[in-house]
Design a protein around this ligand. Structure first.
Ligand code: FES
Ligand SMILES: [Fe+2]
Length: 387
């Protein structure tokens, strides 16, 4: 049975019971699917407009834009984007393009500035998007500057994350999108007090849903990660809460094994699990015993067979950790390198081969199993958005 917001130790005990029985939470049915979902340009266009153009998705951690004037740029499925920290501490997002003749306004991935200045004819914009100066304006002619500021996109900061809706005509309301209880769950984690140790981006020749699926999948661990993740995490065991849009599941780590044959009683089993949160449409937030990892997956703006994955390791600050700066850096750098090695050596090659396989003209029908519960929820909810 799938429970809603049971206490953590109760949810962990449910996962332990599955481990004892060789069982897992399951979806109602085996679901057939077609290769076209991952290769058809029309499907990809609908996803850009009806998913990323309508609902909030995470693009950064707040700590990446801490000071006024800090900015990041990114490629969303529909727009090239600048997100900038404002003088009042708020955030604004803009289409990354000059309103004179459309040059890309900011080429850097991140930085700090007082104005965005176009390389073509040097028009300049404030970090609030206002058009500040037109070069040689005596000869350029009359311009209503208030109508030629940067085009603003709906952007909100919540739970330590920066969220965007990739359509200038839409609104954003992250709390409403998360709904209860996911909004309360994230609020309880204090994610805004953490810092992004590092953010890395990977452009892969793989559909974004294939990538997202791999990071909701507890079924492949023993097979694809035999000598890495499988040493630490059990395969095909999850105790999941389905919130009807987003979901969360507990998966036991192998350090839980002494409790398989013994009653844990009142002992906390929290150090022995990973909790995975799927945030529709495109994020996996992993709660590890001492930090969080955020994985996001964005479609390429044109090609259904490409995407960008971003990985962030969110950790306590040096001060909060009680470690020296050197020890803190060594700890998280080691963690980062382990994650990176598994991604590059094990996940990415498999996922590229999935995409290559799915591009066969006669791919035939495929199946998503009952045990692939989080993947089933992802597919079900995405279907609701694009239908
Ligand atoms: S295109 Fe930017 S100033 Fe001309
Ligand atoms: Fe994997």
């Amino acid at each position: 049975m799938i429970q809603l917001t049971a206490p953590r130790e109760t949810r962990i005990r449910r996962a332990l019971e599955h481990l004892r029985n060789g069982s897992t939470d399951e979806y109602d049915v085996v679901t057939p699917f077609d290769a076209a979902e991952y290769t058809d340009p029309n499907v990809a266009a609908r996803e850009r407009d009806l998913v990323f153009g309508r609902v909030p998705s995470i693009v950064a951690h707040s700590s990446e834009l801490a000071r006024p004037g800090d900015f990041i740029t990114l490629q969303m499925p529909r727009n090239k984007v600048i997100v900038a920290r404002q003088a009042d501490g708020g955030l604004k997002a803009f289409v990354n393009l000059c309103r004179h003749r459309g040059a890309l306004l900011e080429e850097r991935e991140n930085g700090n500035c007082r104005v965005f200045s176009c390389a073509y004819h040097r028009w300049a914009y404030g970090t609030d998007g206002s058009l500040r100066s037109i070069t040689r304006d005596a000869t350029f002619g009359e311009v209503d500057r208030s109508r030629h500021g940067l085009v603003e996109l709906p952007c909100e900061e919540r739970h330590g994350f920066v969220w965007l809706v990739d359509d200038a005509t839409q609104q954003i309301d992250v709390a409403a999108w998360l709904g209860s209880p996911m909004d309360e769950i994230l609020a309880g984690y204090g994610l805004a007090d953490l810092v992004s140790y590092r953010a890395g981006g990977f452009d892969e020749p793989v559909n974004w849903k294939i990538m997202q699926d791999a990071f909701l999948d507890g079924y492949h661990i023993q097979y694809a990660h035999a000598n890495t993740a499988a040493r630490h995490i059990h395969t095909n065991v999850m105790a999941l809460e389905d919130f009807g849009r987003h979901c969360r599941f507990v998966a036991p780590r192998k350090t839980i094994d002494p409790w398989v044959d013994e009653d844990p009683g009142e002992n906390s089993l929290a150090p022995h699990v990973t909790e995975t949160h799927f945030l529709l449409p495109n994020s996996t937030l992993l709660r590890q015993p001492d930090h969080f990892e955020l994985l996001t997956f964005r479609p390429h703006p044109k090609d259904p067979g490409r995407c960008r994955m971003e990985m962030r390791v969110l950790v306590p600050t040096v001060e909060a950790s009680g470690l020296t700066e050197d020890a803190w850096t060594r700890l998280w750098e080691k963690n980062w390198q382990i994650l990176l090695a598994v991604l590059h050596a094990e996940d990415f090659p498999l996922l590229r081969s999935s995409q290559a396989g799915l591009e066969s003209a006669d791919a035939g029908g495929m199946l998503l199993g009952r045990n692939e519960l989080a993947n089933q929820i992802f597919r079900r909810e995405l279907g609701r958005l694009v239908s």
